[in-house]
Design a protein around this ligand. Structure first.
Ligand code: KIV
Ligand code: ZN
Length: 555
C-alpha cells in the first residue's frame, strides 16, 4: 500500500508545562518585514524582472512596510543589480530599511556588503541550517561543527560591517530550519552568535526563528518561541523575529501565537507567496489584528491595486476565497446569511462599532463595495433578492412578496444553473409583477369625497372607464371591476411604500388578490400612491381576464 501513515513519525513536542503565552493577547502590531522580493521571489516559476521588482518594492512602500528584504545579492546577479539600483538611484525612503540574505560563507558575506555599499541603513541577514536532519544528512556535521559555521558567519559580518562605517548596520541571524532543531541547541547557537555581535554593547541584532518547514501545530511552535525568549542571553537587547512557512496551513496562526509567546517582529509576504505552500501572509495577519481593533501599521485600503500588483509580479492568480483579498470573501449566496447581513446593515448607523453577522470586517475598508456582499443563485432566499432590489433599484418589497418573488428567482437560478445578476432580477420583477397587460394601463383617475364616501373614476388606455363609490378608493374601484368581470376580487395583501430616488416613481403599491380561488399578484410604480395602487389592481384584473380568455380559447 503506498498510502501508509506508518512511514511518518510524530513530531516530538518539547515539554513546557510552564508556558505563559496562552494568557497573552496581541495588543499592538509587531514590526513587519516583507520578504516578497527574496523568499517570495525565490519560489517563483519565473523570478521577477527588474521592472516587476521595482513595482513590488513600490507597492510594499505604499502599504507601509518599513523593513524589506530585497534579495539574496550574493547568490543572484539580478538581486545584486536591484540592490545597487535602489541605493545608487536613491530609491529607498528615509524611514525604510532594506535587508539582504546571505549564507554564512566568507565570499557570500563580502559580496553582500558590496551590494549594500552606500546604504544609509541596512540589515545583513546571515543564516545556516541547524536542524537534526540538515546536520546529519546534508552537512554531515555535529552540533559543534554547525555552531562554528554560525560563529564564523557572525564574525565575518562584524568584520565586513566595520569596513563600511558610513552605514547604520543591523545584524540578523537565522538558525535556519529552527523548527527541526532541538530548542536548547538553537539557544546555544544564538548565544554563540550574540557573543560575537554583542547586542548588549549597542549593536542592533535581530534573531530570526524560521519555521523553514512547518512541522507541528502552532501551539508547539509557540512553546519553542517562548523557550527561546526566556532562554537566550541578553533578551532585552535583541529583537526576536519569526519567519513561518505554511506547510500545514497554519503559518499565520503560528506567527500569531509566536507573537503571544514573545516575538517582536514578523517576516512574511503579501498573500503568502513563498517556498512550497508559501510564507506567512502579511495581509491576513495584519488584517486579523485590524479586525480586533488593533492598528496593524500597514494599510490595505486599496486591496484591488495590491492584488493586481502581486498577481502581475508573481504570475499567481488569487484564490477567490483567499482571506480578505479573494473575490468571494465578502459574498453571501446562502439565504440565511443574506438575511442576517441585510438586517445588520440596515440597522447600522455611521460611527457604530462594526457588528455585522458573517462579515468580520467592513468590505469598504479594503475598497470593496457592499454590492458584492449579496449575490444571488439558487441557494439564496428572500432576504437576498429583496436586498438586491432595494440596494440597486430602491424597490422595497413587503414580506409576502419577497417570499413569492424569491421562489420565482430561485426557479430561474435553478433553470440557468448559476448566478442571477441584478439586471436579471429586475427584469424578472418587471415581467412577473410590474408588467401591465394590454389595454389595462391606467390613463387617469378622478376622486370626489361625498356624503356616501369616495366616488372614484378610473380611465384605462383602452378607453374603458370604471366608476364606484365606497369608503375607500380601492374598494370603490374593486366594486366596479368586480361588476365587469363577474367575479369577486378579494384583496388578500396590500402594501404601499414611498420610493426614494433612483426612479421617476414616488410610490410603489403591491397587491395580492384572490379571484375565483386563484392568487394573482401585481406591483406598480406610480407618481403617487393612488395611481400605483389602481394600476396594481388593474394589472391583476388584466391578468385574470387574460387567463379566462386563454382558457376559453383552449376550450
Ligand atoms: O525559510 C527560511 O528558513 C528562510 C531563511 C533563510 C530565513 O527563508
Ligand atoms: Zn523562508
Amino acid at each position: 500500500m503506498s498510502f501508509d501513515h506508518r512511514k511518518y513519525r510524530r513530531f516530538e513536542v518539547p515539554n513546557k508545562p510552564d508556558r505563559q503565552w496562552p494568557n497573552n493577547r496581541i495588543d499592538h502590531a509587531p514590526r513587519w518585514c516583507a520578504v516578497d522580493l527574496r523568499d517570495g521571489n525565490q519560489a517563483l516559476v519565473k523570478p521577477m524582472s527588474p521592472a516587476q521588482k521595482q513595482r513590488m518594492f513600490d507597492l510594499l512602500i505604499k502599504v507601509g512596510a518599513k523593513e524589506i528584504e530585497i534579495g539574496f545579492p550574493s547568490a543572484s546577479q539580478p538581486d545584486f543589480d536591484f540592490c545597487r539600483k535602489l541605493i545608487d538611484e536613491n530609491r529607498i525612503p528615509d524611514d525604510v530599511t532594506i535587508q539582504v540574505l546571505t549564507q554564512a560563507r566568507p565570499e557570500l558575506i563580502s559580496r553582500s556588503f558590496e551590494a549594500l555599499k552606500g546604504a544609509r541603513r541596512a540589515i545583513v541577514h546571515v543564516y545556516n541550517s541547524t536542524s537534526v536532519v540538515q546536520r546529519e544528512q546534508v552537512f554531515g556535521l555535529d552540533k559543534e561543527g554547525i555552531r562554528q559555521i554560525a560563529i564564523n558567519g557572525a564574525q565575518l559580518v562584524k568584520e565586513e560591517a566595520a569596513k563600511y562605517p558610513e552605514t547604520d548596520w543591523v545584524f540578523q541571524y537565522s538558525p535556519e530550519s529552527f523548527t527541526g532543531t532541538e530548542t536548547e541547541y538553537a539557544i546555544e547557537v544564538i548565544d554563540a552568535v550574540n557573543a560575537v555581535w554583542q547586542p548588549e554593547q549597542g549593536q542592533e541584532v535581530i534573531i530570526n526563528l524560521p519555521a523553514t518547514v512547518e512541522m507541528s501545530s502552532p501551539n508547539v511552535f509557540a512553546d519553542q518561541v517562548e523557550r527561546v525568549c526566556e532562554g537566550v542571553k541578553h533578551r532585552e537587547h535583541i529583537t526576536i523575529c519569526l519567519h513561518t512557512h505554511n506547510d500545514r496551513g497554519c503559518a499565520v496562526a503560528a506567527a500569531e501565537l509566536g507573537v503571544m509567546a514573545g516575538a517582536d517582529r514578523i517576516e512574511g509576504t503579501l498573500m503568502g507567496n513563498g517556498e512550497r505552500t508559501g510564507n506567512m501572509d502579511l495581509i491576513t495577519m495584519a488584517m486579523n489584528l485590524y479586525s480586533q481593533g488593533v492598528d496593524p501599521k500597514l494599510n490595505f485600503e486599496n486591496m484591488a491595486e495590491i492584488r493586481e500588483v502581486v498577481e502581475s509580479c508573481t504570475d499567481i492568480a488569487t484564490h477567490p476565497r483567499h482571506p480578505y483579498v479573494g473575490e468571494l470573501v465578502f459574498t453571501a449566496f446562502s439565504g440565511s446569511h443574506q438575511d442576517a447581513i441585510r438586517k445588520c446593515l440596515v440597522k447600522r448607523k455611521d460611527g457604530d462599532v462594526w457588528n455585522v453577522a458573517y462579515l468580520p470586517i467592513d468590505p469598504h475598508d479594503l475598497g470593496r463595495r457592499y454590492e458584492e456582499v449579496v449575490r444571488i443563485n439558487s441557494q439564496s432566499g428572500k432576504g437576498g433578492v429583496a436586498h438586491v432590489l432595494e440596494r440597486d433599484y430602491n424597490i422595497d418589497l413587503p414580506r409576502w412578496l419577497q417570499q413569492e418573488f424569491s421562489r420565482l428567482v430561485q426557479k430561474e437560478a435553478e433553470d440557468q444553473g448559476g448566478e442571477i445578476d441584478s439586471l436579471t432580477i429586475r427584469r424578472l420583477f418587471e415581467e412577473y409583477y410590474l408588467a401591465v397587460p394590454d389595454g389595462w394601463q391606467l390613463q387617469r383617475y378622478d376622486l370626489h369625497r361625498g356624503d356616501s364616501g369616495i366616488s372614484a373614476t378610473a380611465t384605462l388606455s383602452s378607453g374603458r372607464e370604471y366608476r364606484g363609490v365606497s369608503k375607500g378608493v380601492l374598494e370603490a374601484i374593486v366594486q366596479a371591476v368586480t361588476a365587469e368581470l363577474g367575479q369577486s376580487i378579494d384583496i388578500d395583501e396590500y402594501n404601499e411604500f414611498a420610493v426614494e430616488g433612483g426612479t421617476n416613481a414616488n410610490a410603489l403599491a403591491c397587491i395580492r388578490a384572490v379571484i375565483d380561488g386563484q392568487n394573482y399578484s401585481a406591483a406598480s410604480l406610480g407618481e403617487d400612491t393612488t395611481s400605483a395602487m389602481l394600476q396594481a389592481l388593474f394589472s391583476i384584473a388584466g391578468r385574470y381576464s387574460d387567463v379566462i380568455t386563454d382558457n376559453r380559447k383552449l376550450a
